[in-house]
Design a protein around this ligand. Structure first.
Ligand SMILES: NC(=O)c1ccc[n+]([C@@H]2O[C@H](COP(=O)([O-])OP(=O)(O)OC[C@H]3O[C@@H](n4cnc5c(N)ncnc54)[C@H](O)[C@@H]3O)[C@@H](O)[C@H]2O)c1
Length: 362
């Protein structure tokens, strides 16, 4: 694999590529679509807007009306930004081979990125069968579509997860560490990786597997800790620090992940290649460090220590050395700049929605 991937080289490599993102209207997908358009690739998003998206947001009665409005505002921004840069969107359920095939055939992709999932391990645990179908039936359909068109589709990218590693036995894990996933989310991700590698091995598909970790960034509605903390600060609720907040995660800004994925698509590789990359910031930070940045942006935020949850997974740093060597990847956004920028954006969005709908929804 080539290591010299300047922006110009990436643009040249992606010229003429037609990239379909399955589950592409989500947090990662829409940011990836915007990034790919900057390099000139044509992009189609396929999504049924069902999971963690418009339909779920509108019908979710557990979310308070103000946050529903805020999320709706983020979702609308996604679609407006996509429209402005000419990304095509097809509404289809990727569990149905016919629906997926119809959407893909019209676009005739040269690369397909698979992102469809219940993207939260906590939510996936509540609906194991649904988790299986959204991750694996949709993936099977993508792989079958590709397998039948060896001369059209030159790469499948599968969005896996750092959870495939299970509890970290060492401070840092690289891609050679044997996965030990637990729970339905991590296991379906690992099964997905195995399926992708099997199609590579048996049918010669060119595949890339990406393992991201603890993402944060603009227009995310998943309410992971990075979003929950800034929201709680703005709502006057305490930021809960289990065990004093000494748990560590490899927090990654969405722009770094997008850069890494695009590099994995632009890099020169031989037919039938299979690659697995950790794409993260590459340095785990504590929950307390995250909370302190929120406190800097929202000085009234209350940090409250609570007892440790004993069943919390043990995480740490994902080494990005392989991506650095093979993709020329180097994450650009430490928490101090990336998370701060995100928090400041969040405050601005919060105030804007508040001014629009009034405090009566809060
Ligand atoms: N966000 C993270 O921190 C993170 C970390 C590691 C891995 N991942 C993985 O990356 C992928 C994307 O994550 P995300 O954060 O963008 O999630 P997301 O929930 O924002 O987006 C997932 C999208 O898939 C769509 N979808 C689900 N089932 C579908 C179906 N049957 N047909 C068509 N569309 C369907 C949903 O409507 C949604 O828009 C997921 O596979 C997730 O597991 C995410």
């Amino acid at each position: 694999m080539s290591a010299i991937l300047t922006p110009k080289a990436i643009k040249t490599a992606l010229a003429g590529e037609r990239v379909a993102l399955v589950g592409g209207a989500g947090f990662i997908g829409h940011n990836l679509a915007l990034g790919l358009r900057e390099y000139g690739a044509k992009v189609l998003l396929i999504d049924n807007l069902m999971q963690n998206n418009l339909l779920a947001n509108i019908s979710d009665t557990e979310v308070d009306p103000f946050r529903r409005e805020l999320n709706f505002n983020f979702l609308r921004q996604r679609f407006e930004m996509l429209r402005d840069v000419g990304v095509e969107i097809a509404s289809a359920d990727a569990r149905s081979m016919i629906d997926l095939e119809n959407a893909l055939r019209k676009f005739s992709p040269t690369k397909i990125v698979h992102l469809a999932a219940i993207s939260s391990a906590v939510e996936a645990k509540k609906m194991p069968g649904h988790c299986f179908d959204l991750q694996l039936i949709t993936l099977r359909n993508v792989l079958e579509y590709t397998q039948l068109r060896p001369d059209e589709v030159n790469q499948v990218v599968f969005m896996s997860s750092s959870t495939v590693y299970g509890d970290f036995k060492t401070q840092t894990v690289d891609e050679n560490v044997r996965p030990q996933p637990y729970g339905i989310y991590a296991n379906t991700k690992f099964m997905g990786e195995r399926l992708v590698r099997t199609y590579n091995d048996q049918y010669g598909l060119n595949v890339s597997i990406i393992r991201p970790s603890a993402l944060y960034g603009e227009r995310c509605i998943s309410r992971r800790v990075s979003q929950a903390f800034i929201e709680n600060a703005l709502m006057g609720k305490p930021l809960m620090l289990e065990g004093g907040g000494d748990g560590r995660l490899d927090f990654t800004y969405i722009l770094d992940l997008v850069d890494g994925i695009i590099r994995s698509m632009a890099v020169e590789s031989v037919p039938g290649a299979s690659h697995t990359f950790n794409i993260t910031y590459g340095n785990a930070r504590t929950i307390l460090e995250l909370a302190n940045i929120v406190k800097d942006v929202v000085p009234s935020a209350e940090l409250r220590e609570v007892p440790r949850n004993k069943i919390k997974p043990i995480r740490g740093t994902l080494s990005t050395q392989r991506a650095e060597e093979q993709l020329n990847f180097k994450a650009q956004w430490p928490l101090e700049t990336g998370y701060r920028r995100y928090c400041e954006w969040y405050v601005e969005q919060w105030e804007r929605v508040q001014a629009k709908v009034g405090a009566n929804l809060m």
